[in-house]
Design a binder for this molecule. Structure first.
Ligand SMILES: [Ca+2]
Length: 317
């Protein structure tokens, strides 16, 4: 009797185990989710034919369409204020890939199941933007916690981009020049989470603002402010002061690249003794920089006898 009564018990255990396994499978692969990506090792270019670099970021999201707004190539100046990002990832120039897995957390508008999703690729420039906006009439947000498989939104199954091009001769994606436009910003915390692993984020010697884990001479703070990749020394910016000559006088001048999606603030300061630094309107003049660069000159002339110094001070909110 004792022996036979064990079988139903074992059966229940097996059934329970199967049930747990099924729940695990449902929970990990079949909640409302979006797999979004480009294809590996394809040629992805800017409008001038250059390869996309590691300043490019791809964002999965939706637009606030209230008032009948529809994103077009004619209203790019309004995209940033209308954009509601769900997830973003930096482009990898080595694998030439963007990719992400996004589990939908809310179906509140503009993420309702009848509303469209988009993938917006752009880079740092707020002045000479290179953008691509991928879309498809089939890209509708999945139901939160639904039991359908994750949907796939890819360059391969997208339709004609709103700006940019896909699947052309010699390229998988090609961005378009959109000129000067606002961009969605990436907060310092989000940038850290995207550029470093969770373990690295907890390690200030790797992800701290003063750290330099790629040994390129640029601190993480400078990498964030100028739109570089803190794990790659391929696009190094070295500060090089220049002279502006005016008559018999010469003035120090500094040009610093600024990344339009960074929230870092930049102030250029001048000094005659490396002790006291000044940045007021009587001390420095901001010049029209090229592109996104901040260009500032010292208003005190440097003579042969007097040293002058110039630096950029960067802070994050
Ligand atoms: Ca660095």
């Amino acid at each position: 009797m004792a022996k036979s009564s064990q079988f139903p018990s074992l059966g229940r255990t097996v059934l329970c185990a199967l049930g747990a396994l099924w729940q695990f499978v449902l929970g990990t692969t079949q909640a409302g989710a979006v797999n979004w990506n480009s294809s590996l090792f394809q040629s992805n270019l800017t409008s001038s034919g250059a390869a996309l670099d590691d300043s490019f970021v791809f964002e999965l999201g939706a637009f606030d369409l209230t008032g009948g707004f529809v994103p077009t190539s004619a209203n790019t100046d309004q995209w940033a204020v209308r954009w509601r990002p769900a997830q973003r990832n930096f482009y990898n120039p080595t694998t030439r890939l963007f990719s992400g897995y996004y589990e939908v957390t809310s179906n509140a508008s503009p993420f309702a199941t009848n509303e469209k999703g988009y993938i917006w690729g752009h880079h740092c420039s707020g002045q000479n933007g290179e953008w691509i906006l991928l879309q498809s009439s089939n890209w509708k947000w999945p139901l939160v916690g639904g039991t359908n498989p994750a949907v796939a939104w890819t360059v391969g199954n997208s339709q004609t981009p709103i700006v940019g091009q896909i699947n052309g001769s010699g390229f998988h994606m090609r961005t378009s020049a959109v000129g000067a436009n606002p961009l969605p910003t990436i907060s310092p915390a989000d940038w850290r989470d995207l550029r470093f692993s969770p373990a690295e984020v907890l390690n200030p010697s790797i992800s701290g603002w003063n750290a330099d884990p790629d040994f390129d001479g640029m601190s993480n703070l400078l990498e964030y402010a100028t739109g570089r990749n803190p794990r790659s020394a391929t696009r190094v910016w070295v500060p090089l002061p220049e002279w502006q000559i005016s008559g018999d006088s010469r003035y120090l001048k500094l040009s610093v690249p600024r990344c339009a999606y960074s929230q870092a603030s930049m102030v250029v300061e001048v000094s005659g003794n490396l002790q006291n630094w000044y940045s007021g309107p009587g001390d420095v003049e901001t010049l029209p920089g090229s592109g996104d660069n901040l260009m500032v000159r010292d208003l005190t002339a440097s003579t042969g006898a007097e040293n002058r110094f110039i630096r950029a001070r960067i802070t994050v909110p």
